[in-house]
Each structure stands twice: as C-alpha cells, then as structure tokens.
Design a protein around this ligand. Sequence first.
Ligand SMILES: [Zn+2]
Ligand SMILES: [Zn+2]
Length: 265
Amino acid sequence: MSYEFIDVHCHSEYSCCGEDVTVAGYGDIARTTSKVFALTDHSAHSFFPPDRKWGLWSDEAVELFAGCREAGEQRIRDYLVHVRSVQTGGMLIGTELDIMPDGRVIYPQEMLGGLDVVLGAVHALPTLRHKRPQAEVEDEFRFQVLRFGEIGVNALVHPFRLLLGAGYEADEALVRWTVEVAADTGMALEINSHKQYPDHDVSMVRIALDRGVKLTVGTDAHRWCEFGDFRYHTAILEQAGVDRAVWDDVIWHPSVPALMAAAGG
Ligand SMILES: [Zn+2]
Ligand SMILES: [Zn+2]
C-alpha cells in the first residue's frame, strides 16, 4: 500500500520560477481530489516590486526592502486574499519565507501565525553570491538557520541546496549542527525532490531521526509534473533505513484543525 504523503511545499505563478503551476490549477485539484497539500510561494517574489522581483538576490536588496516595505506587505496581503478565495478541500495556505541577510522577515510578521505552514529557506547569501571563502559563507548560512529557528518556522526546507548548488561544502559537521538547531527550536527538516542531493538527504534523515527531529516532504513543485511525485522521498526514507511503520510518526504534518478547516470541517 502506498503511503499518503502530505506535500507541504508547492509553488504557483506567484513564484517567479514557477513554470506551468497556477493557483487556479491547485484549486481544481483541491476541488476534484482528496489530495492534501500546501501552497507555499516565495515571500520575496510577492514582497519586492513587480519590476524587481529578484531584488533579494541583488546588491540593492537592503535599499529595495526599505523602499517597498509598506507596498510589499500589502502585496502579500493581496496575495493571501486571492489564494484564500480559491482555497477548498485539502488545500492549505502557507509561505516559503525569505529573510533579509540581516535576519529581517520579508513578510507582514503578524500574519505568519495565521498560516497553515511556514517554511524557512536559506535562499540568498551575499557571501555566496560574491564567491567568498567557505568559512564566511558557512557563517552567514548558520546565522540564517538560527534566525529561522528563532522565528519559529515549521520546517527548514532544502537545507543545503544553496551551498551544494554553488559548489560549496555541507560536511557532516554542518549537517549535525543544523540538526541540533532544528532539535533545539522545534523545526522539521525537509526532504525536497525539486533538486536532489541523495547522499546529504540520507545522512540528514539518519542524524535528524537520531535526535528526534521531524521531517517534512516537499515536492517544491515548480511544474505540474513534479506535483504529487513522492518517489524521491520514498527512496530517501528507505535508503536511510526508516521503517514504513514509523513514517507517520517521523513526518511532520500541519495541525489537524488546519486540515479540518481546509476540508471544510
Ligand atoms: Zn526554496
Ligand atoms: Zn520552494
């Protein structure tokens, strides 16, 4: 029997890197199937000005942030009004939260508590963009991970993607450190299939479960063909030797009231 994963990480056209995925399409899925999933668009893509949606990833990020704070927060409120008008069935609403390099939240902070799922993602490291040495990049990475713990996100997503994708290392010491922060702050850690790093994921899963840290499963769908495809997550759990009988206990799920509300209960 196949395990019913809840995909807590999906994108729509509101994420600039989304390809064919749409809010309307998620609404259709929620209306016509029993799938449970969370829409978690990148907060920076709604917050930064429409002509500078990638502003967080530029050297002008701080100025842009200061200049658009009110308008950016309003764009996120407008976004929430839109997605909630489509929300039905098993469709949950969350965010893939971005933070500034100094740790400021790119979101109307008081609204985070009203979301079903808050994911934290290390997406933008100026030191990495400027190709600084490993130690400096790692310091900046650690700062952001600690900040997400402090904010109280539900899960840290694709924890090592940015480092590994740019050719930096995420050695076992860094994986262990990240798991410790997650254990101390109650964050889950994500198995993400959008870009796959199986060796790191298997090692992270083993260390996380040893420390009692929960996992989340995200397809991080940017294309419909990714949505609902849990083959990678299944393979990682199996390779890490996690018995199927305990998957339900080790995988973090959004709270039952949120699920019931989403199902109209
Ligand atoms: Zn991401
Ligand atoms: Zn994502």
